[in-house]
Design a protein around this ligand. Structure first.
Ligand code: ADP
Ligand code: MG
Length: 223
């Protein structure tokens, strides 16, 4: 069994990488939103993660900072600046993750799974009980969380469980192309929302992929 843990500095590094990835995909996310929304998703997300990292960079001694505090800083930055639907949704995602991580400077895989699970629950609650199949970020987050959990419960090692989970997330993201939106701004388009990949499902994939890549790199360095 590989020993797994993420510490405060790892979480800070992951958030910085998410900021970079979102920034690199700012125009792409905005283009996706232009097709079925109001062309602001990339701009919103870039602003939010930009502020999150700016605030985190001001914390002295990040290594000794509670992971809950780090994630709550992210949540607040997103709530304050992202606006639209994604602000409260991702705000609650990171806030619920923060609550699980509160008081910890190191987390194991079970805690991480619990964090993602609660984060997903937060998104579903804020969205109005959003379920997979409604063409939203839940189509990416839900399969990721459940595949990760089921895979670990089955006894798969962390490497395989993460691989299975990220593949399920990608499949979920792509599955939004054929869906008719049932939630959010895109739902006003009805049938015309079909044929376009959901912007939120895409940003969720980018966020999860960043966690995935970072964790795989760390595990590879250890083994
Ligand atoms: P807005 O639609 O207010 O402009 P954004 O463009 O930033 O906000 O975010 C749009 C994304 O938010 C959508 O692509 C979708 O994934 C997600 N979303 C919208 N409404 C909901 C909801 N009720 N539940 C879950 N996700 C939602
Ligand atoms: Mg929008």
């Amino acid at each position: 069994m590989v020993y797994f843990s993420l510490n405060s500095n790892d979480i800070y590094n992951i958030i910085k990488r998410i900021r970079d990835i979102i920034s690199q995909n700012k125009n792409y996310l905005t283009e996706l939103d232009a097709a079925i929304g109001d062309a602001d998703h990339g701009i919103n997300m870039d602003r939010g993660f930009g502020l999150a990292v700016e605030r985190l960079s001001q914390i002295n001694n990040i290594d000794n900072t509670d992971i809950g505090t780090i994630l709550m800083t992210v949540a607040n930055a997103l709530l304050e600046t992202v606006g639209g639907a994604a602000g409260p949704l991702y705000g609650m995602f990171f806030m619920n993750m923060a609550t699980v991580a509160s008081g910890k400077r190191e987390i194991d895989i079970d805690t991480l799974v619990k964090m993602f699970k609660e984060g997903l629950k937060g998104v579903q609650d804020v969205g109005g009980n959003t379920q997979p199949g409604e063409k939203t970020m839940v189509d990416t987050l839900y399969p990721f969380v459940h595949t990760l959990e089921n895979s670990l419960e089955r006894g798969d090692d962390i490497f395989n469980a993460l691989d299975n989970a990220i593949k399920a997330a990608e499949k979920g993201m792509l599955s939004t192309i054929d869906m008719i939106a049932k939630k959010g701004r895109a739902s006003y388009l009805g049938e015309r929302s079909r044929g376009h990949q959901d912007p939120g499902a895409t940003s969720s994939y980018l966020i999860l992929k960043t966690f995935y890549d970072y964790i795989k790199d760390k595990l590879n360095r250890q083994s």
